[in-house]
Design a binder for this molecule. Structure first.
Ligand SMILES: [Zn+2]
Length: 620
């Protein structure tokens, strides 16, 4: 035991070289997390079983729901309260939102009509405009015990759609649509963050059954597996859907003529579409009586030949969406076999035409665009979210850079496969880097580790997307592709289905690579750095040139040094971020040369330099 204690305290001392908030430190001291980057021996997380029924009768905008939740307390603490998330209250006039809302976006929020604990109905105090509500349990919930909760509720779907809402008068997209128990974790306790429509997910892994009651002629697309296709679809359509599960071809499950001709669904007043999903962080769904429906499938695990279904639901006049199943198949194939290189972990996905450009587990809500390349790009980004945050359970509310950052890095890598290096790099610079690196404002330089729930605007967006993606791409360059992928897989293997913090990720990469990368994590994730390199000095002899680089912005970026010789020929020498390990302000690079030197230039690819004027020698 003494040896173990010493080892633990040494580990903690080493970790001091990364800033660690006090609540994270306590988690390591309690052994819920481990300094080697694994879940600790005392790791726990809570989970629930949700049985939800919702009823929609478009064009009536009122949605009614009932649910039974069985919530299990796996923590070592007795729970005296529960916290419920009521995200739809962000539609209320006066709710706290990061962006202004138009009148058509506003509703009266979510109304709880009945709440019960273990079968006993209790008074529910209205949450007002709050997006969460704390409830004192009648009977405290002991460790390893569970409580049964029931809700009846209703809400009006908003006329204007954002992440959810009405897509048209008879097409509804429902997300955040049910009362959900907040995450209680080992480092924050209950998640009491307000949903301001900026942060998206921090959810437990739950098992769901979902019944969606809709009038005949409405099709439902939802997270999970459809349990009763033979009951809700007419035989020919159930057969087609079934056939799509084993073919690489894109099948038209239902055309516009099929949909409007009343041919697709069972002809009874109400159809109850039953869905099931296990170990997922959330459910979402779309209903329509005129969206057309394509489907195919793709092998996502070549070892077992496991296929995933790829479906799309859209307006017949959306030209890009007629390609969407093809795009989806390509994305699942590429992400499963390249990076992250982990087989798509779900049985299916559906890409729905909406307005959000937003991911849900097994469901994507994307706008239609006239540019096929851009439509594919957005679909790829949202599908990449399957791994981060959904499979990996990261706390996107506070550490969105573990969600959007990884997704944006994968987005750039698949774009290279789609469009080639030059075009993908140009797009990434325009879309993800330029607005940040060209803006000298203080909020652009806040450390990426800053909790995202207190950020807004440019600081939030760039910390989560562009800067974080560049950090991961710099890490890939530093470790090399093989070591990077191995370490990423180790992190994914250790933490999928759990709730890793940034420190778990940093420590996991340290231990799996066998390298102390804390200098790199500090440089990219805990600093006010940006990207600006300069050539300070160039000295050459007949056989060697020594280039002194100054790191003005501070980020440990890779760089290409392009040497031009007197005869007009050029040679490019790639430098990984390792050149900044010893001294993050200055690096001396010695390169072998055989010809007379004429000039030296720095190019960074996606690592765009804030000031390119000092990147050349001789200066001009
Ligand atoms: Zn995203």
């Amino acid at each position: 035991m003494a040896t173990l204690l010493i080892a633990t305290s040494v580990g903690l001392m080493q970790a001091q070289s990364l800033y660690m908030p006090r609540n994270i430190k306590q988690a390591y001291q309690k052994g819920t997390r481990s300094m080697d980057g694994k879940p600790g021996k005392n790791y726990w997380q809570n989970s629930a079983r949700y049985a939800i029924t919702v009823t929609a009768t478009p064009p009536n905008r009122t949605i009614r729901g009932t649910e039974d939740i069985t919530y299990t307390n796996n923590s070592p603490d007795t729970l005296t309260i529960l916290v419920f998330k009521l995200f739809l209250n962000s539609h209320q006039p006066g709710a706290i939102r990061q962006a202004p809302a138009s009148p058509d976006y506003l509703t009266s929020g979510i109304h709880i009509d009945r709440y019960a604990e273990n079968g006993a109905t209790k008074n529910w105090r209205d949450a007002g405009t709050a997006t969460w509500r704390q409830v004192v349990l009648t009977k405290p919930l002991m460790p390893h015990d569970s409580v049964k909760l029931s809700f009846d509720w209703h809400f009006d779907i908003s006329l204007e759609s954002n992440r959810e809402g009405m897509l048209d008068s008879t097409t509804f997209f429902l997300a955040y649509f049910y009362p959900r128990i907040a995450v209680m974790d080992d480092y924050y306790g209950w998640d009491r963050t307000t949903f301001t429509e900026a942060q998206e997910f921090y959810n437990d892994f739950n098992d769901y059954t979902l019944t969606v009651n809709v009038p005949k002629d409405y099709v439902v697309w939802a997270t999970g597996d459809l349990q009763n296709a033979a009951e809700v679809l007419q035989p020919a359509f159930a057969k087609r859907l079934n056939e799509s599960m084993t073919t690489d071809s894109v099948m038209h499950i239902a055309t516009l003529a099929d949909m409007t001709g009343g041919k697709v669904t069972a002809q009874q007043a109400v159809n109850s579409w039953k869905w099931k999903a296990s170990n997922v962080p959330d459910m979402a769904l779309c209903i329509s009586n005129h969206y057309v429906w394509d489907a195919s499938s793709v092998v996502v695990d070549k070892k077992t030949n496991r296929r995933a279904s790829v479906q799309a639901a859209f307006l017949d006049n959306a030209a890009d969406f007629h390609q969407m199943v093809r795009f989806g198949r390509h994305a699942l194939d590429w992400f499963s076999n390249n990076l992250p290189g982990v087989p798509y972990p779900y049985p299916k996905t559906t890409i729905v035409q909406g307005f959000a450009d937003m991911e849900y587990p097994m469901l994507v809500n994307d706008s239609s665009t006239p540019d096929l390349n851009f439509s594919r790009f957005v679909a790829e980004h949202e599908l990449a979210h399957t791994w981060f945050p959904f499979y990996m359970g990261v706390n996107e509310t506070r550490y969105g850079f573990m969600d959007e950052g990884w997704t944006t890095a994968f987005e750039y890598l698949i774009s290279q496969a789609d469009l080639g290096y030059e075009q993908a790099t140009k797009n990434f610079l325009n879309f993800r880097v330029n607005s940040w690196i060209k803006d000298p404002s203080a909020e652009q330089d806040l450390p990426i580790i800053t909790p995202a729930n207190i950020l807004s605007g440019a600081a939030l967006g760039n910390n989560e997307y562009g800067k974080a993606a560049l950090g991961y791409l710099a890490l890939k360059d530093l470790l090399g592709d093989v070591e990077f992928k191995k370490s990423l897989h180790t992190f994914i293997d250790r933490w999928h289905g759990k709730h890793p913090t940034p420190w778990d990720m940093f420590f996991s990469f340290n231990s799996s690579s066998g390298k102390d990368l804390n200098w790199f994590w500090n440089n990219w994730f805990f600093s006010h750095n940006y990207i600006d390199l300069a050539i300070q000095k160039v000295e050459s002899s007949a056989s060697q040139v020594t280039i002194t680089l100054q790191n003005i912005g501070g980020f440990a970026v890779p760089v290409d040094i392009v040497v031009t010789f007197a005869d007009g020929t050029k040679e490019t020498f790639h430098q990984t971020p390792a050149i900044w390990q010893a001294n993050q302000k200055q690096a001396m690079v010695k390169l072998p040369i055989k010809k007379k030197l004429q000039s030296v230039n720095l190019t960074g690819g996606v690592f765009m330099d804030a000031d390119a004027k000092n990147n050349s020698w001789p200066a001009h």
